[in-house]
Each structure stands twice: as C-alpha cells, then as structure tokens.
Design a protein around this ligand. Structure first.
Ligand SMILES: C[S@@+](CC[C@H](N)C(=O)[O-])C[C@H]1O[C@@H](n2cnc3c(N)ncnc32)[C@H](O)[C@@H]1O
Length: 291
C-alpha cells in the first residue's frame, strides 16, 4: 500500500504511521466521541447529497468515511484517503468486516496524490492541518472535485478556546520547551495550523475555492472517565503530549510533577459524567468553481 510522499511530508508521515497511530489507537474512544460530535455538526450543516461520490481527506480510522457512506446511500461512493498505512489498513479491515460495499480507502499524500476524482463532495475532520504545503494540498483536492462541488473541513480554532488541550500545554510549557533537536518524527504544521480564519480563508482562495465560509462550533469535549484518564490523554496527544513525546526519556524525572499539575488544572472540568472541557472548531465550507 506504499504511496509516494512529498519530501516535506516524509517526517510527518513517519509520525502518523508510528507513534501517533499508536496513541490514537489507545485513546480511540475519546477521539471518536470528541471529534465525532464536531464532525456530526459539520455534516448536518453541510451534508452530502444522496448518490454523491465523496472523498474523506486524512480519514484516519475511517469513522467519518463510513458515516458519509450512510448519508449518501447505496448509490453513492465514499473514498477515504490517508498518508498513514496502518490507519488505512485498519479502516479497510473494519469496513470490510461491517460489510460496507460503497466504502473504500487508499493510501496517499493529499498534497501530491492522484486522488481519484471527480468527487461531488469532499469532507475532512481534522485531517487537513498537517500538510507541509497546505495550498498545494488544497489545490490538489479542488482539482479532484466536480465544478460546483462542496468541500467541508473541520479544523481546530485557537488554543485559547480549546481548554481540553491548552490547559495541559500551559503546564508543560513551564517546564519544557519544544526541543530543537529530536530523534522523534514530528507531525508537521500541527493541529492548530488552520486556527486563524483569515489565513485559512486566504489558503482556500489561493487554492482556487469560492464561497468560503467559516462557522464556529463550541462543544464540551470528554477527555476521560476521570481525572487520571484525562491526564493520560493530554500527556499523550495534543500539544502537551507532543512536547513530552519529543523529550522522551529525557523528561522522565519531571513527568510526575507535570502530571500532578495537569491533574490540578483539569480538576475544574471534572463532572459526574467524566472530565468535560471546552473545545472549539471552525466548520469550513468552500465550493469548487464552475468551469
Ligand atoms: C488528527 S488525525 C484525524 C483522523 C480522522 N479524520 C478523524 O477525525 O479521526 C489526522 C489524519 O491526517 C492524516 N494525514 C496527515 N498528513 C497527511 C497527508 N499529507 N495526506 C493524507 N493524510 C494525512 C494522518 O495520517 C491522520 O490520520
């Protein structure tokens, strides 16, 4: 399933196929629920139509690809694309196990791959923020769309409104800087690279999209059944988890102190229903121009 990857995306591909894949598998229930609710809002605001041929960009486990397949029905076709082989292998296995005939997946770097268009509708839940060259990737997506087709992307808004990861990041920052030198691969521009509405609007416009609209969506995010679970999650994924991962064993001594401080700040979000913290996304809609 190996695919050609742009040289600038090789390092992030290594991260998404290795340490980040493992972490997302470990926290899958929370990722699926937390990201899932943002994805559901996006699909209800900008749904695909019955019979559409749809592309799910950076599809990960493929939950959204399967959900889209349900919305477009048996006459439609849903294709998930992701640069990470293990994600695509797992998604393919699960869709086959569920007997979904109108779902397929391919490994590909969205920045340069032949995406197999034309598509009537393109969706992505948190899968467009990791390209080294976002304009090139968005242009490639647009070129794979039918004229008049709609794209709907869900991306994180600014960190300040995403307490579910930002509170822990602020603690880690007091102890550790983002290391300049590391053996570990990093995840590319990162989850907050499209948080600025003006920047992302400009990127989409330069990539050739029209009718670009951003809608803010704020929802509480369940980070764990209890504080221990929430501390584990933030120390494994998101900006705090990334800095800790990059420091590796060199941060071993300081980890217990960081964990205790994160626990203390997350206590404000503890409820009888688990740890629920603020999260905020942009639901982006854009149209591929008519010829
Ligand atoms: C935060 S995960 C989101 C996964 C999924 N969309 C979801 O909501 O659960 C980001 C995904 O983007 C994928 N990705 C990163 N860079 C990519 C690239 N250049 N081309 C295609 N997929 C990429 C990663 O492998 C990963 O599966």
């Amino acid at each position: 399933m190996k695919a050609e990857v742009a040289p600038a995306n090789e390092e992030s591909t290594e991260a998404w196929s290795g340490p980040l894949f493992e972490r997302f598998v470990r926290f899958r229930p929370y990722v699926a629920e937390g990201l899932g609710q943002h994805g559901e809002v996006a699909m209800s605001v900008h749904p695909p139509r019955a019979g559409d041929r749809v592309l799910d960009v950076g599809c990960g486990f493929g939950d959204t690809t399967c959900r889209l397949a349900g919305l477009i029905g048996a006459d439609g076709e849903a294709v998930g694309v992701d640069v990470s082989e293990p994600f695509v292998e797992l998604a393919t296995e699960e869709a086959a196990g569920a007997g979904l005939a109108n779902v397929s997946y391919r490994v590909g770097d969205v920045q340069i791959a032949d995406l197999g268009g034309p598509f009537d509708y393109v969706f992505s839940r948190m899968g467009v923020m990791f390209f080294a060259n976002p304009v090139q990737a968005l242009r490639n997506v647009r070129a794979a769309m039918r004229p008049g087709g709609r794209a709907c992307f869900v991306v994180w808004r600014r960190k300040l409104d995403n307490g579910w990861v930002h509170e822990a990041e602020r603690v880690v920052e007091r102890y550790l800087e983002h290391p300049d030198e590391t053996e570990e691969p990093t995840c590319g521009p990162g989850p907050f690279s499209m948080a600025d509405a003006d920047v992302v609007t400009e990127q989409l416009a330069i990539a050739g999209f029209e009718s670009i609209e951003l809608r803010r969506s704020d929802l509480p995010m369940r980070m764990g059944a209890d504080l221990d679970g929430a501390v584990d999650l933030t120390m494994a994924i998101g900006p705090a988890g990334e800095v800790l991962r990059l420091w590796g064993d060199r941060a071993e001594e300081i980890r217990p102190r960081i964990a205790a401080e994160i626990r203390a700040v997350l206590a404000q979000f503890a409820t009888d229903d688990g740890v629920l913290a603020p999260s905020s996304t942009w639901i982006i809609s854009a149209v591929a121009p008519e010829d």
